[in-house]
Write a protein of this length. Structure first.
Ligand code: SAH
Length: 484
């Protein structure tokens, strides 16, 4: 085993670096060198168009011809990026003899330094190295870090760099300074930057520096959409919020696959709503959010789909605002969009629909307040959030207001999940077909011409069932007969 590499960040500002080669790899390396303020000297018989442009702009020096030892004069580093093994070896040998560090692209053995994979957030850089042995692994890790570190890191690094001197003056002792930074980072500062509230962030920093902020504050709530179930449909912001959470208050609708991605040490509390006593439950949820945020915790209120689509997210942030708790909202993919996509139903296919309506109707009372005239219009798609109760009333009212009984529907049960089922049919037979196939919650109804496209465009899970059911027939076989 060779010894591990010694990691270092080199200051190349104004320093000459030799790049041997004029192709795409040399171009990438040169670009990185220019980014670091170096003065690249590119040695190659030919230059790529961009390298040529940089040369014409006077940003790089160009030496033509075959590699020669004198190219290295005055160089602090050299990068060989040619596809000619003989040239690469020659560069490595000359560099070694002159005590100049050399990187031979894709040749860890010949190289005396490695260029790490980088994640950059303003002045903050994370460099990853596998010692040259497993660059793919380093790149994989880099991608993971890219998703983990949001833009607030750049603002934080920038602020700390600008205020470095003042912080040192205020807290000359290292231990004090560390406590100050820990308090800052555990508090609202990162969130303020995420919310693009730069002025407030600076003010908060100022107050912290002057010790005008009581130290117990800092709790906040992120109201986060968890999407319909497939964990791949989470947003990066949702993932980050779940990774930073102390407490996760989640609906029953949030899938196991999603919950698994949350922070392990977080406290998970299911606040699923039961059919009875909904409003009390909502009050309990409010009380829980308040209690934990007031205790200084980072709370994630995790909701199925999108928090603002039939999710009572609005009431929750009104409540938080009224109680002075800072909050942020992370949208999620709502059931209508996810179910449509996963069933192969283009909601507004231009040949069939000009608009789409998101509708909910949970009980008879809410049924009566709906504008059935408008809902029964042609050339529109309805996405109905309601589970499976009330389909009869829905069918009868839509037909009574003029929607054609032959209008296709698709019921999507467990949309985007492993056990997704799509049931197809015509409006006339909607409740019977649902009953026959025992469609269960969560299920979303898509009604309109586009629903029929699931038959040909489906791509996920099992193909739609029920398409062969004879329409306009109320004499469907009973489930027991079917099961036999
Ligand atoms: N805020 C959620 C909706 C909450 S209302 C969102 O934006 O998706 C609950 C209703 O959403 C369910 O009764 C069902 O109609 C629908 N729903 C949610 N997730 C679903 C899923 N994975 N598959 C089918 N329907 C779903």
């Amino acid at each position: 085993m060779s010894a591990p590499l010694f990691p270092l960040f080199a200051d190349l500002q104004g320093r000459r670096v030799l790049v041997v080669g004029g192709g795409p790899v040399a171009e990438r390396k040169t670009e990185a060198l220019l980014h670091a303020g170096a003065r690249p000297r590119v040695g190659s018989p030919e230059l790529s168009p961009r390298l040529r442009a940089w040369h014409e702009e006077g940003r790089i020096e160009w030496i033509t011809g075959r590699f020669d030892a004198h190219w290295l004069s005055g160089a602090w580093l050299v990068i060989a990026a040619t596809d000619d093994a003989t040239v690469n070896r020659a560069v490595a040998a000359v560099a070694e003899a002159r005590h100049v560090f050399a990187n031979i692209v894709d040749d860890g053995e010949l190289s005396s330094f490695q260029v790490p994979a980088i994640v950059e957030r303003g002045p903050l850089q994370v460099a990853i190295s596998s010692g040259g042995g497993a660059p793919m692994l380093a790149r994989h890790l880099r991608r993971q870090l890219e998703t983990l570190l949001d833009d607030s890191w750049a603002s934080l690094a920038d602020l700390f760099t600008r205020q470095r001197r003042r912080i040192r003056q205020r807290f000359p002792q290292t231990a004090e300074r560390r406590r100050f930074f820990e308090k800052l980072l555990a508090g609202p500062l990162p969130r303020l930057y995420r919310q693009q509230l730069h002025t407030q962030a600076e003010q908060h920093f100022q107050a912290m520096l002057d010790e005008h902020v009581p130290s117990t504050r800092g709790g906040s709530v992120a109201v986060v959409g968890a999407g319909p179930g497939d964990a791949g449909l989470l947003t990066l912001n949702a993932l980050r919020a779940m990774n930073e959470a102390d407490v996760i208050l989640h609906d029953r609708l949030v899938s196991e696959d999603v919950l698994r991605l949350g922070r392990r040490d977080a406290t998970y509390i299911e606040v699923g709503k039961s059919a009875t006593g909904q409003s009390t439950r909502q009050d309990d949820i409010h009380a829980l959010m308040l209690e934990h945020a007031r205790a200084g915790k980072r709370v994630v209120r995790l909701k199925g789909g999108d928090p603002f689509v039939f999710g009572r997210g609005g009431e929750e942030i009104e409540y938080l605002r009224a109680h002075g708790i800072p909050y942020e909202v992370v949208p999620g993919i709502t059931a209508a969009l996810a179910c449509a996509a996963y069933a192969g139903i283009p909601l507004t296919h231009r040949e069939h629909a000009q608009s789409v309506k998101l509708v909910t109707a949970h009980c008879k009372d809410s049924f009566d307040t709906l504008d059935w005239q408008a809902l029964a219009q042609e050339r529109q798609t309805l996405a109905v959030y309601m589970g499976v109760a009330g389909l009869e009333g829905l069918r009868d009212r839509l037909i009574a207001h003029g929607r054609a009984p032959s209008t296709p529907f698709a019921l999507i049960e467990n949309g985007s999940r492993r056990d997704q089922r799509v049931v197809n049919g015509s409006l006339a037979d909607l409740p019977e077909t649902a009953r026959f196939h025992q469609v269960r919650s969560p299920a979303l109804l898509i009604l309109g011409e586009v629903a029929a496209l699931a038959d040909t465009l489906h791509w996920f899970g099992q193909p739609p069932i029920g398409a062969a059911t004879p329409t306009h027939s109320r004499n469907l076989p009973t489930p027991t007969l079917q099961a036999a």
